[in-house]
Design a protein around this ligand. Structure first.
Ligand SMILES: C[S@@+](CC[C@H](N)C(=O)[O-])C[C@H]1O[C@@H](n2cnc3c(N)ncnc32)[C@H](O)[C@@H]1O
Length: 258
């Protein structure tokens, strides 16, 4: 990860840590249920949660795994996640500071690696995937979820602009074929994949990243001026004077180490 991208991530998430811990979209959802069901079926024993954010995925996996380690680049996020997990009696998670592109763990030390709603922040996804492969034991599984890249170039450019204005640490999201290529390149074979929709309630979504009123108004203008088919690709809901919500697709992948 470049220093500049690490600083962007830490600036964004350091100041928003509490909002991520309480975010209902992160605390639960069909995507988290699916990852957990895959983990249970794989008998996840030693689990690493990469880019743990508010710790919701780590906490969910603590109910099925003997050992869960949660790793994140942003120290205030780790502190908030630790406090959140501690408030759930009986849950045990170890927290470690680290970059997905240089994971501070031994080779082959985990049965399962989870990475949820985070890879679109990685400066070098290929490097992170290589690291995940390295720390997985042979036969172990990566359980991945992230925003799915759109196939249409205009829709993709539109949503990238929206995402980056709301959160400058957003790098980009990847299409299914791109994910499969990243994984195949390191020896991770896709065994299961699916797509789920996630509704973004506009005020919550822009507020979580502390957008100023002015920046939010400029972003709403950008959404209104965008071609209708770009808005339709993400099911943007608008009233005459407000943006209400949009929908985006999330890819879920279980990929096993050869
Ligand atoms: C949206 S939150 C993750 C949500 C969380 N995984 C969950 O399931 O609720 C994104 C997190 O990715 C972390 N992050 C971004 N780039 C990272 C990197 N290169 N290495 C480790 N963590 C990173 C940020 O610090 C932030 O805490």
């Amino acid at each position: 990860m470049t220093d500049a991208q690490a600083r962007r991530v830490q600036a964004q998430f350091g100041a928003s840590a509490a909002a991520y811990v309480t975010s209902p979209l992160h605390a639960a959802g069909e995507d988290l249920d699916r990852l957990l069901a895959w983990g249970a079926a794989r008998r996840a024993d030693r689990v690493l949660d990469v880019a743990t954010g508010g710790g919701h995925t780590a906490l969910a996996f603590a109910s099925i795994a003997r050992r869960v380690v949660a790793c994140d680049l942003t120290e205030p996020m780790l502190a908030a996640a630790r406090a959140h997990v501690r408030s759930h009696s009986g849950a045990s998670v170890e927290f470690v500071a680290g970059d997905a592109g240089a994971l501070p763990f031994r080779d082959e030390s985990f049965d399962v690696v989870t990475c949820r709603t985070a890879a679109h922040h990685f400066a070098d996804v290929a490097a992170a995937v290589r690291q995940i492969h390295r720390v997985l034991r042979p036969g172990g599984s990566l359980l991945l979820q992230d925003i799915l890249g759109h196939d249409d170039a205009d829709a993709s450019a539109f949503i990238l602009e929206v995402e980056k204005r709301r959160d400058p640490s957003h790098v980009r999201s990847y299409r299914a074929a791109e994910w499969k290529a990243f994984l195949r390149a390191v020896g991770l074979t896709v065994m299961e994949d699916s797509v789920v929709w996630k509704l973004r309630e506009w005020n919550e979504w822009t507020g979580r990243m502390r957008m100023t009123t002015e920046a939010r108004r400029e972003l709403e203008d950008l959404v209104r001026r965008a071609p209708e088919r770009c808005r339709a690709a993400f099911d943007f809901r608008l009233t005459p004077d407000a943006v209400v919500s949009f929908n985006d697709r999330q890819i879920l992948i279980r990929a096993d180490r050869d």
